[in-house]
Design a protein around this ligand. Structure first.
Ligand SMILES: O=C(O)CCC(=O)C(=O)O
Ligand SMILES: [Fe+2]
Length: 323
């Protein structure tokens, strides 16, 4: 992997009045139960009252996520001094409404609807992304070694359209970087033969280690699909296996092109990265947790643009996909 380059991503900066307005709306949603349908309805209504530049920026991104497929929003209300200790436990989630959880949910409602997968983090809509002692080398968000490029839940028929990652607390050394690579920058670097192979159903993508066993179809699928000039990606470096020699070559080339075009962003408290999971893969650089209660802490929510399409995966028309 080449030396990490810190390149600014497309961003949207809230002015101080905007931060205050978002904070007020989020506080109105506290206390509450994040996963309760009534609370989610209130969060959806609150989206309408968010500052116009924020709603406009998110809606523009929803229509087209740009060459980088990521939008970073700066200046969201996160009061680091008022936060509790970074949760130390594996699979911790945020079921009680807090300002950051309300911010994530309001914005997920502007992109579509929030959604979660029962097999992962107990199906909670707002999940903690924190380093866990003993899981340093785990290929998931509990780890702190390099996390390789992946689409979120690439194996799933209804993968999330957007991954929202809000920084509550940065790592001690300020070296942890969210890495992203967008197909719109990767595609021009691929040979014709590799593009052809990536469009063929010659890959198996298994569920990530964060999912319980027994999920997924294990049917061969392509890595690229849709428009030849702007395709969707489905891959995870550690979960996608090429089934043919040409698929193997193409996947290696794809990985190199991701490294060449990778952008790294070090999120600060109040920064939210919205990753367009259809066209962008993401990962994270290594960092050094101390397990002292002040480690890096992000909260994560997925958004699905058209929830209706996954209705048969969601009992009682809820927000949790149970298969
Ligand atoms: O820790 C990060 O910056 C990203 C982790 C990740 O890939 C995820 O939570 O989906
Ligand atoms: Fe991820």
């Amino acid at each position: 992997m080449p030396e990490t380059q810190v390149v600014p991503l497309a961003d949207l900066v809230l002015d101080p009045a905007g931060t205050t307005d978002v904070d007020k709306l989020a506080r109105n949603l506290c206390p509450g139960k994040v996963d309760a349908p009534e609370w989610l309805s209130r969060a959806r209504d609150a989206w309408d009252a968010l500052p116009l530049p924020l709603r406009r920026g998110v809606h523009r991104f929803r229509r087209h996520s740009g060459r980088q497929g990521v939008l970073v929003v700066h200046g969201l209300p996160v009061d680091e001094a008022a936060l509790p200790a970074t949760p130390p436990a594996p699979d911790s989630v945020q079921r009680d409404a807090t300002v950051p959880a309300a911010v994530l949910t309001m914005l997920a409602c502007g992109l579509g609807d929030p959604a979660a997968y029962l097999a992962e983090k107990s199906g909670a809509l707002v999940q903690d992304v924190v380093p866990v002692r003993g899981k340093e080398n785990f290929s998931g968000n509990a780890g702190s070694a390099l996390l390789t490029f992946h689409n979120e839940n690439a194996f799933h028929r209804h993968e999330p359209d957007y991954v929202l990652l809000l920084c509550l607390r940065a790592d001690h050394d300020r070296i942890a970087g969210l890495r992203t690579a967008c197909l719109r920058e990767v595609l021009p670097l691929l040979t014709e033969a590799s593009r052809e192979a990536l469009f063929a159903p010659e890959f198996i993508t298994k569920p990530p280690p964060s999912f319980g066993a027994g999920t997924g179809t294990h049917e061969p699928q392509p890595v690229l699909s849709g428009a030849a000039d702007d395709p969707d990606i489905r891959m995870a470096t550690i979960a996608t296996t090429p089934l043919t020699p040409r698929a193997e070559t193409a996947l290696a080339e794809f990985g190199q092109a991701c490294d060449t075009t990778a952008r790294t962003t070090r999120l600060a408290p109040g920064d939210l990265a919205i990753v367009d999971n259809r066209v962008t893969v993401h990962g994270r650089t290594a960092f050094r947790p101390r397990y002292d209660g002040a480690d890096r802490w992000l909260q994560r929510t997925f958004a699905i643009a058209d929830l209706r399409r996954s209705r048969d995966h969601r009992p009682r028309d809820g927000y949790v996909l149970t298969r």
